[in-house]
Write a protein that binds this ligand. Structure first.
Ligand SMILES: Cc1ncc(COP(=O)(O)O)c(C=O)c1O
Length: 431
């Protein structure tokens, strides 16, 4: 062995298994693609709209928090692991409004609310406290690819459940649970993860009539232990039209099966990194213990800033404005698709989302969309437009002819231009 080899070996730490499970993350690769192609119009970026970020409101709320020095020092101090009582009190009311009920009828105590650094932290903590390597998580396919990375990072086995434009199919969930039961694997099934409203990446919501049966099935198969249904409702408040949908959480009056994860990132500002979880009692202490190891509390100041926004009733008008803006942008993207794809409509299809930030597009099976595909290269290098390859959103990367398009960042004119470029790219490869 040469000196150089020895140096490389001895200077490299011996990493844990978890380090290898979390390498090659799609999100990092995607960010890298964004950096390498700065002149592209990005239909890929998952960022929120820049124009509607709440500068004035944040200014007013922080001035309010800092106005009285004694009070201000409290907000600038560490908080508790579970998070600010002030915000959690506000959240009980916020949740009651969303659930169209009273705080009393929510059937939970304040202690079942835990504030996290974005909802992403809650997803990671839950994965940490629930999964041993080889444990099973059921997911929709496609689903939020960052969570697929989290699951890989804890060595979980991920099994996808077939869905359609109404979310996962109840029969598909039942037959998978039954198959696992027959195979003696139910004790390994720890979680069903679902993005219930305007899913990232498809924009699809779980239809109202599927919600109760899904919750009931989880209960029916929780014979060995409670299978946790993690309802990721990150886009719940970004509703533009379509039916008002009850949360999965509301379909579990026992409050013992479903974790509801929500965030202020999409409806207010991701820069505050404030999310929250409504937890069954059995999960509160495990989550707090794990979070204690991580950071013993998320930003106390930011939590209080959000509390002020809610307390002063500045929040709901802002969300209305945000939704009006995204509705226009969604409509611009859909109109551009109708127009630009008109000559390819029997080969290219998409779902119409009623909220959220994404449109999911399917091209013929012979056209692959991945980072290494001819289409991706042509789109980014020749037409200068970027999208998220759909295969990132499947646990086994087995569907290769889809893409996620975001209307979050670009303005309506640039969205139209982006879709025109994308349509030319697709047309280039159609037979
Ligand atoms: C489905 C879904 N869940 C969770 C998150 C995490 O968001 P945050 O950590 O900002 O709350 C995102 C972010 O894009 C998301 O799309």
């Amino acid at each position: 062995m040469g000196t150089a080899d020895k140096e490389t070996l001895s200077s490299s730490p011996r990493f844990s298994q978890r380090r290898y499970w979390s390498q090659d993350q799609a999100i990092s690769y995607l960010m890298q693609q964004g950096i390498e192609n700065p002149d592209c119009l990005s239909l890929a970026a998952g960022f929120v709209d820049f124009e509607t970020l709440p500068v004035e409101l944040s200014h007013k709320a922080s001035a309010d928090l800092l106005a009285n020095p004694d009070e201000a020092r409290k907000y600038l101090q560490y908080g508790t692991t579970a998070g600010s009582d002030r915000l959690r009190n506000q959240l009980l009311e916020h949740l009651a409004r969303m659930e169209e009920t009273s705080v009393e009828d929510l059937g939970i105590d304040r202690d079942q609310l835990v504030l996290t650094t974005g909802s992403q932290q809650l997803l990671c903590i839950l994965a940490d406290v629930l999964f041993d390597p080889g444990d099973i998580c059921l997911v929709a396919a496609p689903t939020y690819f960052v969570f697929l990375g989290v699951l890989a990072g804890v060595g979980a086995e991920v099994i996808s459940i077939e869905g359609d434009e109404n979310g996962i199919k109840v029969e598909a969930l039942q037959s998978e649970l039954e198959r696992l039961k027959q195979a003696g694997k139910l004790p390994r099934v720890k979680m069903l993860y679902l993005v219930s409203y305007y899913e990232n990446p498809t924009g699809v919501s779980i239809a109202a009539e599927r919600r109760q049966p899904i919750v009931d099935l989880v209960e029916q198969y929780s014979t060995d232990h409670q299978i946790v249904l993690l309802e990721d409702a990150a886009y719940r408040e970004l509703r533009y039209d379509g039916p008002e949908l009850p949360s999965l959480w509301s379909c579990d009056p026992s409050r013992s099966q479903v974790v509801l994860a929500q965030t202020f990132s999409k409806s207010f500002a991701p820069g505050f990194r404030t999310g929250f979880g409504v937890l069954p009692k059995s999960l509160v202490q495990p989550v707090i213990d794990r979070k204690g190891n991580e950071d013993f509390g998320s930003s106390h100041f930011n939590q209080n800033l959000i509390a002020t926004i809610l307390e002063k009733d500045w929040y709901s008008n802002h969300v209305t404005e945000v939704c009006d803006n995204y509705r226009r942008k969604r409509d611009a993207m859909l109109a551009a698709l109708e127009e630009e794809i008109a000559d390819m409509q029997d080969q290219v299809s998409w779902f119409t989302p009623h909220g959220g930030l994404y449109v999911w597009l399917t091209v013929p099976p012979e056209i692959e969309t991945g980072f290494e595909s001819e289409l991706f290269k042509y789109a980014t290098e020749v037409e200068k437009v970027m999208y998220v390859p759909g295969q990132l959103c499947y646990p086994q990367a087995d569907q290769k002819n889809q893409m996620r398009l975001s209307f979050g960042v670009l303005n309506p004119d640039l969205l139209r231009e982006g879709i025109a470029r994308l349509a030319r790219s697709i047309r280039h490869f159609l037979k």
